[in-house]
Write a protein that binds this ligand. Structure first.
Ligand code: AMP
Length: 313
């Protein structure tokens, strides 16, 4: 399949790469990392990264401005996005051909070519694999900026190699990527340094989460709390994993109140929780998934189901 993707890339003059809304380092890493690789190896092609910029990703990179006309006859590649409604910039439909490259469960099998590998730690790891095919088949080389983006995506999605999705291959790929010239310390600081306000909210979470004897935990972050700590819902993404440090925790949900909905962010150290996310119209990975609730009653039902799942685990 990777060879087929490379053959397809060769056929198009304009390539537009998309990723999911509410981007994280793997979304940017796979999208803009691929852009750098293609730019570098096909300087005559126009390669653009679509989607709205999130200021939390300022340290990493920026997408491009893509005009409607750019899509005419273009190849569209979507990375790291399981379902079409989460693709950032719905103009992805206006391209001539569509390729999906993703590591989430393939619930929405979109694209003329669909390369899904749920065993890959990250979509960035998959882009590296695509690159290795390009290296052999087309003599591709890796620009430093591409290596930096892919490395960021891998450490982002593996929680710095801690999550069970990390494999020997993940380490091998990371080992290859750090051979390139980029400032790893600066990147790590950009990813993990937190604003004081956010750390104060983290303190609030540690003081206020509730956990039962089955290791099911939750914490509610209301609009009032966000206002009190002067933090936006998007800023909280760095805090979602922090409850994983709690001894005895099996799975947890962080409920973040936004203007008209409540973000449900689920994480697990064992029980599968994406089935629960799906029950509430969401999805994601077995150990990291999310959904949206439209009332605190609905959010409480998520907590109730999480408790049932942990009780059985
Ligand atoms: P997050 O808590 O936002 O980091 O989300 C973790 C994972 O859950 C993401 O990689 C997505 O695949 C998935 N996810 C989060 N929210 C949703 C949603 N509303 N619908 C489908 N999948 C979601």
């Amino acid at each position: 399949m990777y060879s087929q993707i490379i053959d397809t890339i060769k056929q198009y003059d304009t390539i537009i790469i998309h990723r999911h809304v509410r981007p994280d380092p793997d979304a940017y890493g796979s999208q803009i990392g691929l852009k750098y690789i293609l730019d570098h190896n096909y300087p005559q092609k126009r390669v653009l990264a679509a989607g709205e910029h999130d200021y939390n990703m300022d340290f990493l990179d920026f997408p491009d401005i893509v005009e409607d006309d750019d899509f005419e006859g273009a190849l569209v590649i979507v990375t790291d996005t399981a379902n079409t409604d989460r693709i950032d910039d719905q103009r992805y439909r206006s391209g001539a051909k569509l390729v999906k490259i993703d590591h989430h469960p393939n619930d929405d099998d979109y694209g003329d070519i669909c390369q899904v590998d749920t065993k890959a730690s990250s979509s960035s790891e998959m882009i590296y694999e695509l690159f290795t095919y390009g290296q052999v088949e087309e003599n591709w080389s890796m620009p430093d900026a591409g290596a930096r983006l892919l490395y960021a995506g891998i450490i982002g999605d593996t929680g710095r190699f801690l999550f069970p999705s990390t494999t020997q291959k993940t380490f091998d790929v990371a080992g290859e990527l750090i051979k390139y010239d980029f400032d790893r310390n600066e990147l790590h600081n950009g990813m993990y340094e937190m604003d004081r306000k956010l750390l104060h909210l983290q303190g609030y979470m540690y003081q206020n989460f509730q956990m039962n004897e089955d290791g099911a935990a939750f914490v509610k972050i209301t609009k009032d709390i966000l206002a009190k700590f002067e933090v936006t819902p998007a800023d909280t993404s760095l805090l979602v994993g922090s409850l994983g440090n709690v001894k005895g925790i099996k799975a947890w949900v962080i409920l973040i109140e936004e203007d008209s909905e409540i973000r449900v962010r689920l994480r697990s150290k064992g029980p599968v929780i994406n089935t629960l996310a799906k029950e509430f119209g969401g999805g994601g990975h077995p150990m990291a998934s999310g959904a949206v609730a439209y009332s605190w009653d609905e959010a409480d039902r998520v907590i109730g189901r999480l408790k049932e799942i942990c009780a059985k685990a």
